[in-house]
Design a protein around this ligand. Structure first.
Ligand code: SF4
Length: 324
């Protein structure tokens, strides 16, 4: 996706002019059929905006979103509608994303009926199959969202997304609101569904450990820019960008023998007023004079591994798998 999204943000104090917030800037991310790309970064780095643009819940103010090579903006209405249906989203808060007054069985089949993927007479068998696929007992179909646990509600959200047989599913912090044990169950379910259904996925998370178990490639986002992208194994074996290394340092690990890195310092700067040059320079332990003055270009390091840092090979790569 190549898009620039911006929105106007009100200043809290009255009388101040509106400011322009650039949530994503010069993002260029290709997602190939059948793969899962993890998108990681701190809150406020633009991950959710990227996911919503990919799912067409937001429109970019510039750039193009290409689907099968065609810019979505240039598609005829009927084709654009078909593409919109084939990109589904699973949200962080399943409770807020489900209609509290609708029984979950109706929620799951609603879109499949509306898009004529199934006939009304097929509803019962389709619902049973969908609930079975996500590990929900069929008798739960008559319940309302408040009668389910958080994990069950997220399974409903996943079933609802998969019911229209999507080509792409965007998971926006889909396990962040769940207990760790339930997170593990949902991640295992997603791995199983990926193998069975072969959908393409964008998996957005602030947690590198979560992304590690589900993604083929990982893109690291900082203040609206991709600063590093690599195959997942490469990212964990040879993280290059100092921000990626800092995220790895912060990712909790049960294995205390794993290498620890310098933790990230300071707060994420306001996207309303991002630092000059490399946006990461006020927090970077390797920052040089050039970093505050010039935007670092994205550089090719190895097969599929790109990083945006002025220091290139002068930054030691970090292997997150090595013991201290
Ligand atoms: Fe750090 Fe400079 Fe590299 Fe930015 S360009 S990550 S500030 S060393």
């Amino acid at each position: 996706y190549d898009g620039i999204f911006s929105r106007l943000a009100h200043k809290l104090r009255l009388g101040k002019p509106l400011e322009r917030l650039v949530a994503l800037n010069n993002i260029n991310l290709a997602v190939y059929a059948g793969e899962t790309v993890g998108v990681v970064g701190e809150s406020g780095c633009g991950k959710t905006t990227l996911g919503r643009i990919a799912a067409q819940l937001l429109s970019p103010t510039g750039g193009d979103i290409l689907f099968d090579g065609s810019p979505l903006a240039s598609l005829p209405d009927a084709e654009a509608k078909r593409v919109r249906t084939s990109i589904q989203m699973v949200f962080q808060n399943p409770y807020a994303s489900l209609n509290p007054r609708r029984r979950i069985g109706d929620t799951i089949v609603e879109a499949a009926l509306a898009h004529k993927i199934i006939e009304p007479k097929e509803k019962r068998s389709f619902l049973k199959a969908m609930m079975n696929q996500v590990g929900l007992a069929p008798e739960l179909a008559h319940r309302f969202p408040h009668e389910l646990s958080g994990g069950q509600r997220q399974r409903v959200g996943i079933a609802r997304a998969l019911a229209v047989d999507p080509a792409i599913v965007v998971f926006d912090e889909a396990v962040a609101a769940l207990d760790v044990s339930i997170q593990a169950q949902i991640l295992m379910l997603l791995q199983k569904l990926r193998r069975q259904e072969e959908f393409t996925a964008l998996f957005i998370s602030h947690d590198l450990n979560v992304v590690r178990h589900i993604s083929d490639r990982v893109a690291v986002l900082y203040l609206g820019k991709i600063v590093e992208i690599a195959p997942t194994k490469t990212m964990f074996k040879s993280a290059h960008h100092p921000y990626s290394q800092a995220l790895l340092a912060e990712a909790p690990s049960l294995d205390t023998t794993k290498k620890k890195f310098a933790a990230i310092k300071g707060e994420l700067p306001s996207p309303l007023n991002p630092p000059s040059g490399c946006h990461f320079h006020p927090r970077c332990p390797h920052a040089q004079e050039i970093c505050a003055n010039k935007v670092p270009p994205i550089q090719h390091l190895s097969e599929g591994h790109l990083s945006a840092c002025h220091l290139g090979d002068a930054i030691p790569h970090i292997d997150a798998n090595q013991p201290k």
